[in-house]
Design a protein around this ligand. Structure first.
Ligand SMILES: NC(=O)c1ccc[n+]([C@@H]2O[C@H](COP(=O)([O-])OP(=O)(O)OC[C@H]3O[C@@H](n4cnc5c(N)ncnc54)[C@H](OP(=O)(O)O)[C@@H]3O)[C@@H](O)[C@H]2O)c1
Length: 432
C-alpha cells in the first residue's frame, strides 16, 4: 500500500490548517511513512470555496454534506473537524461502521458519545485517535496511552482551559476578570460565548476523554462535581497572592483507584489555590498543562498550547500519521475492552479550603459562621476581615485547616443559609 487516502470533514479553523500542513509536509511524511498520504476528499458547507482558497487539485472531491462523504469517499482515513455533536456523531458512526480509521479533535463528541464511538470502533475493527481533543498541541494522550504501559497512572491534575487560565493569571497582574475576558476575546482565543469555559464544562468534557483513555470506561458528563471560575473576583486573586502566597487555577483532577479490569475514578473540576512555587502556578495566560502522577516514573508535567489552529492541526496530523503507520504495518486496531467505570465520590478528599463571604455587619454574625464550620468538623486556620467603613456588609476571608470536602460543603451550605451572609461568595480548594 503505497498510497493512503485521506478525507477531511470541516474546513474551518483547524480543518484548513490540517489540510495546509498535510500538503506542506507531504514529502517528509511520505519519506517517514514509506507511503503517500493523499487528500482525496473534503466536506464543508462551503467546500468549493474553501478548496479553491486552499488551492486543492480538481481531483479532490468536494462534498457539501459530510455524511455523504462518510458514505461514499474512497478513503482509508477520515478526519472529523466539524464541531458540534449530532452530525459528527453520525459521521463517526458511519466511518467506523465501514471499518475505516477516524481522527477527531471533538471533545464534545467523545465526552457525550464515548460508549457509542468506542463501541463502533471495536465492532468495526476500526482505528480511532483523538489527540487534538484534549490540550490541543500537547501530545499527552499518546503518552498516557503508550508511554506508561509499564507503569501505572495514579492521577492527573490539569489546567485544560485556556480562557479561564488567561483570566486567572492576568488577574494576578492586576487585571479584573471582566477586562481579562475581553482581552482574551479580542486576541481571538476566547469564544464569544464563554459560558462553557467559565463554568468548567469545557474542562469537564476533556476530563471525560482523559478518564476514558486511561480506564477504558465512560466518566459520564454530569456525574462528577464541576465548579467554574465565575465567583472568583480580583479581591480573591490579590488576597491569595499577597496574604497566602498562592495563585488561583481552574484544576481538573482525576484519581485512579480500583483494580485492573475494574477501574474506579474520582473526578472533579474546581477553582483551586496552588502555592506560587507549584508547577501549575507557573502556567500562565492561555497555556495548558497536565501534571501526571505515576507509580514508577513519579510526577511528569506536560505543558503547551491547548488550542489554536496550529497546535490542534499538529496533533490531528500526528494522529493521521500514527494511524497510517499502523494501517501500513498491518497492526490490528487496538480494541480495548469497554469497562464499567466505578465513580468514587471526592467527598472524602482532604484539603484546606479558602472561603470568601460577604457578611452583614451584625453582632454574632462571625460566631454563627464559625459554629457552622465547627459543627461540620472543619476548623479555621485563619480569618481575615477587611476594616468596616460604613458599609452594610464586609468581605470575610476564611482559610480552613485540612478537612474532608464533604464536611466543608456541608458547612458552606449552612453558612449560605444564614441571614447575615449574602449569596455572593467564593470557595476554592487549596493544594498543598
Ligand atoms: N479551534 C481550536 O483551537 C480547537 C482546539 C481543539 C479542538 N478543536 C475542535 O476541533 C473541531 C473543529 O473546530 P474549529 O475551531 O475548526 O471549528 P470551525 O472553525 O467552526 O470549523 C468547522 C467547519 O465545519 C463546517 N461544518 C460544521 N458542521 C457542518 C455540517 N453539518 N455540514 C457541513 N459543514 C459543516 C463549518 O461550516 P459553518 O461555519 O458553515 O458551520 C466550518 O467550516 C471542533 O470539534 C473543536 O472542538 C478546536
Amino acid at each position: 500500500m503505497n498510497v493512503l487516502n485521506v478525507a477531511v470533514a470541516g474546513l474551518g479553523t483547524v480543518g484548513r490548517e490540517t489540510v495546509r500542513l498535510l500538503r506542506a509536509r507531504r514529502a517528509e511524511l511520505k519519506e517517514r511513512l514509506g507511503a503517500e498520504l493523499r487528500l482525496v476528499a473534503v466536506a464543508d458547507r462551503a467546500a468549493e470555496r474553501e478548496a479553491r482558497a486552499l488551492g486543492l487539485a480538481a481531483s479532490v472531491v468536494r462534498y457539501r454534506d459530510p455524511l455523504d462523504m462518510a458514505r461514499r469517499a474512497e478513503a482509508d482515513l477520515f478526519v472529523e473537524l466539524l464541531g458540534g455533536l449530532e452530525t459528527p456523531k453520525r459521521f463517526a458512526l458511519e466511518v467506523l461502521g465501514r471499518g475505516k480509521a477516524l481522527v477527531t479533535a471533538n471533545k464534545r463528541l467523545l465526552a457525550h458519545a464515548w460508549p457509542e464511538i468506542t463501541g463502533a470502533a471495536r465492532t468495526g475493527g476500526a482505528r480511532l485517535a483523538f489527540e487534538g481533543s484534549v490540550a490541543g498541541g500537547i501530545p499527552v494522550l499518546r503518552a498516557l496511552d503508550l508511554s506508561f504501559s509499564g507503569d501505572r497512572v495514579l492521577g492527573i491534575d490539569a489546567i485544560l482551559n485556556g480562557t479561564t487560565n488567561y483570566i486567572l493569571s492576568r488577574g494576578e497582574e492586576g487585571l479584573s476578570p471582566e477586562a481579562a475576558l475581553k482581552e482574551a476575546q479580542h486576541l481571538g482565543f476566547a469564544e464569544k460565548d464563554p459560558s462553557m469555559d467559565l463554568s468548567g464544562q469545557d474542562a469537564a468534557q476533556k476530563l471525560t476523554v482523559l478518564a476514558g483513555l486511561v480506564t477504558g470506561g465512560w466518566l459520564k458528563p454530569g456525574s462528577f462535581p464541576v465548579a467554574g471560575i465565575e465567583p472568583v473576583t480580583a479581591r480573591d486573586l490579590s488576597f491569595a497572592r499577597e496574604r497566602l502566597g498562592m495563585a488561583a487555577r481552574l484544576v481538573a483532577s482525576l484519581r485512579f483507584t480500583g483494580k485492573p479490569g475494574a477501574p474506579a475514578v474520582e473526578a472533579a473540576v474546581t477553582p483551586t489555590l496552588v502555592p506560587l512555587g507549584h508547577p501549575l502556578a507557573a502556567v500562565r495566560r492561555q497555556y495548558n498543562a497536565l501534571l501526571v502522577h505515576t507509580a514508577s516514573a513519579g510526577d511528569l508535567m506536560f505543558y503547551g498550547q491547548g488550542a489554536g489552529a496550529g497546535p490542534t492541526a499538529s496533533a490531528v496530523l500526528a494522529d493521521v500519521f500514527v494511524l497510517a503507520r499502523d494501517i501500513r504495518g498491518g497492526l490490528p486496531a487496538a480494541a480495548a475492552a469497554a469497562r464499567r467505570l466505578i465513580l468514587t465520590s471526592p467527598d472524602h478528599t482532604v484539603s484546606s479550603f479558602y472561603l470568601r463571604l460577604e457578611v452583614l455587619d451584625r453582632p454574632g454574625a462571625l460566631a454563627r459562621i464559625a459554629d457552622a464550620l465547627a459543627d461540620a468538623g472543619v476548623s479555621i486556620a485563619a480569618i481575615h476581615q477587611d476594616p468596616v467603613s460604613g458599609r452594610r456588609s464586609v468581605p470575610v476571608m476564611i482559610v480552613t485547616h485540612p478537612a474532608e470536602r464533604g464536611r466543608f460543603e456541608r458547612a458552606r451550605k449552612r453558612i449560605m443559609s444564614l441571614a447575615s451572609v449574602k449569596p455572593s461568595h467564593c470557595a476554592m480548594r487549596m493544594m498543598a
